[in-house]
Design a protein around this ligand. Structure first.
Ligand code: G1P
Length: 274
């Protein structure tokens, strides 16, 4: 049903300098796997087959990671080390990878709009690889795809956050449909302290209907002077429907050093095959 997954991956990753000076932040390894690979795993598990990556200058290693490395393959073929490549070989064989370069950094909304030619006119998922989500039974994207079958409109994943953290996120408010579902009525990108409309923060998983592209075309720069997906989604919510879903699973903010370390410890204990 939803075949394409967009990965905005052009950002500089300044919080991880100097590590990210010449290495894309999406390639930072959580234990032995680059961040973006966790996102691709989740998309494939949700039935997606086209990974559309919005990349930027100096990010060639993202392309190389999802391609064959003949020299390495040749060197380890038939040795005890060959199984170490199984995972990434599986990913390469299960999906196509297309890339487009975002030449100017004008915000998440602009990054998504840059991916328009890769996505075309169909509903698609968006993964912000910084947010590492883990739920062994069913990944967050799979949960959202199942909801999409029911609602057929854009869906954002949300999580309850403490009041003093709300300023870091897009925050929604809306009417409750059921235990974990809300119909979005308001949405604010990074609200000033004390002004958040609720404690439900958007995390980096979206399903978007393609009319979002036309909205993004005329979305004016918002918070921080950037084109915000939150503003475009609010317009969609006002003229149609946007659902917020309190997902099942754990989420780590790997865009922060603390979250990255937490994710590393968690994955080492629970995900990594020791
Ligand atoms: C982006 C979005 C924000 C969302 C967050 C989730 O912000 O603009 O609405 O809550 O991702 O990680 P960023 O973290 O890129 O500043």
């Amino acid at each position: 049903m939803i075949k394409k997954c967009l990965f905005p991956a052009a950002g500089y990753g300044t919080r991880f300098l100097p590590a990210t000076k010449s290495m894309p932040k999406e390639m930072m390894p959580v234990v032995n796997k680059p961040l973006i690979e966790y996102g691709v795993d989740e998309a494939i598990q949700a039935g997606m087959t086209n990974m559309c990556i919005v990349s930027g200058r100096g990010k060639h290693s993202l392309m190389d990671h999802f391609d064959k490395n003949y020299e390495l393959e040749h060197q380890i073929e038939g040795t005890s080390k060959e199984p170490l490549l199984d995972d990434v070989r599986g990913l390469i064989n299960s999906a196509s990878y297309t890339f487009i370069r975002q030449s100017e950094m004008k915000g998440l909304g602009h990054a998504i709009l840059t991916g328009r030619d890769l996505v075309g006119n169909e509903p698609f998922a968006v993964v912000l690889a910084d947010d590492l989500c883990i739920n062994p039974e069913s990944g967050v994207l799979e949960q959202m795809v199942n909801l999409f079958k029911q609602f057929r409109c854009s869906i954002v994943a949300v999580e309850e956050v403490p009041e003093d953290q709300a300023h870091k996120y897009g925050v929604i408010s809306g009417s409750k449909i059921s235990e974990d579902l809300y119909r979005v009525e308001d949405m604010v990108e990074k609200p000033e302290p004390g002004t958040a409309p609720s404690n439900l923060a958007i995390i980096g998983r979206y399903i978007l209907t393609p009319d979002i592209f036309d909205i993004l075309e005329h979305t004016e720069p918002g918070k921080g002077g950037e084109i915000q997906i939150t503003d475009a989604l609010l317009e969609q919510a006002k003229s149609g429907c946007v659902i917020a879903y309190r997902f099942k699973g754990k989420r780590f903010d790997c865009g922060s050093v603390d979250g990255f370390i937490e994710a590393t410890n968690y994955c080492y204990e629970n995900v990594y095959n020791k």
